[in-house]
Design a protein around this ligand. Structure first.
Ligand code: PMT
Length: 439
């Protein structure tokens, strides 16, 4: 299903930066895989990295001198550091430690690797690797967000067992997965991207509408049917979209969250109110994202007065009727003028199968599938994981998919927004292409 066949690493000049974490031992295998894929690879190691793996190992694997110091007259006499920065078409840092991320987020140039990153303007990718508590620390997450804003692509981290015995997010992606992610980035960006900075410019022209939170379906003046959605995922999407410069409308069910600065918020309660607000907003939206957990049913009759407890009956029967499907209504509205529609799928099993069914049945352009049965993710949590699925355009070989590992909703949201913007422009390119050019 992937579109990876369009990209290749053959001849790509990759600067592999290795910083000082236990995952550095995997970088040797990564260097081999990159070479095997046809890339030209040069390695720069920080001082910390050399405590875990020797430069000689990397030199033997790449056939190139490994650079470790900014102030090495002999190495500078060969290829100077500025020349090396210009040489690289892609900088890949794996592993990227919390310390290295902090230094790069500050724009420091206090060793060879950070200096090269500041002096290079090609494609930047890093695979974070650290203890789960270090990864979850607000300072690290803030640094990660800032690096993404500067244009870094964060590959992972993965979650699971850690070398220190902890379990959680922070593991470096496996080398094979890193290579696949690189190929995806090269496919998406046409080989010489400037990362998110490019999307920020594109997004400045866009209006993005997002639904968030639960709906409340009244039963009587004091009771309602609802669900556990906190609104965190939808609000994170709104925040990410506004950070990219888009005009953002947030149609929100009842939640206890602050509106992200710059976002236009419309408060609603029931599914019918959400539908009305969504239809109004969709008219001039470029992207419509349905993240709200909309109640599928509402009471057929709303009691005028509080329903009294009966002393004779042990059971109370409520008759429910189906609510309209908001996202399907938007997706199936006048085809020419409708926005690019992104739905969510909240599933507890057969994630991909059910999500693909929703993508097709509701006529969406993209779907964000999340497994809401996984502990610590989904409803109410600060973290989430997702599988993104989208339709392929006529000039793409197949539909696409992107798996995003467990991470804070703020970071996941940034990736969802970037993917939606990229897919929108792929769709626009296709529709502006005369049919004779579509293969
Ligand atoms: O709010 P949080 O606590 O952060 O939790 C986030 C979340 C788990 C709610 C979010 O990630 C999520 O999965 N949202 C979609 C929840 C849902 O209702 O999924 P669904 O599979 O039942 O619906 C599929 C799609 O149809 C969704 O885009 C939904 O917004 C839409 N829908 C559903 C029913 C309906 N009547 N109208 C709709 O538009």
């Amino acid at each position: 299903m992937s579109q990876r066949t369009h990209a290749s690493l053959i001849g790509t000049r990759i600067l592999l930066g290795i910083s000082g974490g236990i995952a550095a031992y995997k970088s040797a295998h990564l260097a081999r895989l990159l070479k095997k894929a046809g890339a030209e690879v040069r390695v720069v190691m920080t001082e910390g990295a050399q405590a875990f793996i020797t430069p000689l190992t990397l030199q033997a694997l790449t056939g190139e001198q490994v650079r470790t110091s900014l102030l090495d007259p002999e190495a500078e006499a060969g290829m100077g550091h500025i020349e090396l920065a210009r040489w690289a078409e892609l900088i890949l840092i794996a592993p990227a430690t919390a310390d290295l991320m902090a230094r790069l987020a500050q724009g420091q140039a206090d060793d060879l690797l950070t200096t090269l990153c500041l002096a290079n303007d090609a494609l930047w990718c890093m695979a974070p690797a650290m203890n789960q508590a270090m990864w979850r620390h607000p300072a690290t997450l803030e640094n990660a967000r800032r690096l993404e804003k500067y244009g870094w692509h964060l590959l992972g981290p993965d979650a699971g067992d850690q070398a220190c015995g902890d379990v959680g997010p922070g593991r470096m992606l496996e080398p094979e997965a890193i290579v696949n992610e690189l190929l995806d980035r090269l496919t998406d960006t046409g080989s010489k991207p400037s990362g998110l900075a490019q999307h920020a410019t594109d997004a400045a022209e866009l209006t993005i509408t997002i639904t968030a939170g639960p709906t409340r379906e009244p039963l009587d003046p004091v009771r309602y049917l609802s669900n556990h959605s906190s609104g965190k995922m939808g609000y994170a999407l709104a925040q990410a979209a506004v950070e990219r410069g888009a005009r953002v409308r947030l149609i929100s069910g009842p939640v206890a969250l602050e509106t992200p600065p710059g976002v236009e918020r419309v408060d609603v309660e029931s599914a019918l109110e959400m539908l009305e607000a969504a239809q109004k907003a969709a008219v001039d939206s470029d992207i419509f994202i349905g993240c709200a957990a909309v109640a599928d049913y509402r009471a057929e009759q709303i009691a005028e007065h509080k329903i009294k407890k009966s002393s004779d009956e042990d059971a109370l029967t409520l008759r429910l009727v189906k609510n309209p499907d908001i996202i399907a209504t938007i997706a199936q509205s006048a085809v020419d003028s409708r926005p690019f529609v992104v739905g969510f799928a909240a599933e507890t099993r057969d994630l991909e199968r059910y999500a693909l069914d929703k993508l097709t049945r509701k006529q969406l352009d993209m779907i964000v599938a999340n497994d809401v049965g996984r502990p610590g993710l989904g409803f109410g949590a600060d973290e989430n994981a997702a599988l993104l699925l989208w339709r392929g355009t006529e000039n793409e070989a197949a539909p696409g998919r992107l798996e995003l590992s467990p991470q804070p909703k703020t970071m996941l949201a940034a990736k969802i927004i970037d993917t939606a913007i990229k897919r929108l422009s792929a769709t626009d390119e296709q529709s502006s292409c005369p049919s004779s050019q579509v293969t």
